[in-house]
Design a protein around this ligand. Structure first.
Ligand code: FES
Length: 107
């Protein structure tokens, strides 16, 4: 299964991932610009992404804990999510998302 990621520079990448992986892990392991400081423990918000509008309904709403973490980033939008809280599955094959400025390693 794959995800389609637009990076902070606007370049598009098609990344292959495995069922059960965190979307953050797929982005990080392919070497794209994502800090993901806490490694998926829901305590940093540096894995912040924007979900493509066609996919927000499929992915569903964030948990209260995730929303609290999202409140701490300056570039939050209605389609913001933390990519470590989204698990790869058949339903998400082809998921489109964009990396945020606040997730970049060089910020
Ligand atoms: S990697 Fe830290 S909250 Fe997702």
């Amino acid at each position: 299964m794959k995800i389609l990621v637009t990076d902070q520079a606007g370049a598009e990448h098609e990344l292959e991932g495995l069922e059960g992986w965190r979307v953050m892990e797929v982005i990080r392991d392919w070497g794209l610009n994502i800090k993901a400081e806490c490694g998926g423990a829901l305590s940093c918000a540096t894995c912040h992404i924007y979900v493509d509008k066609d996919w927000t309904g499929v992915i569903g709403a964030p948990s209260d804990e995730e929303e609290d973490m999202l409140d701490s980033v300056g570039d939050v939008r209605p389609n913001s999510r933390l990519s470590c809280q989204i698990l790869m599955s058949d339903a998400l094959d082809g998921l489109k998302l964009t990396l945020t400025p606040s997730a970049a390693k060089d910020v």
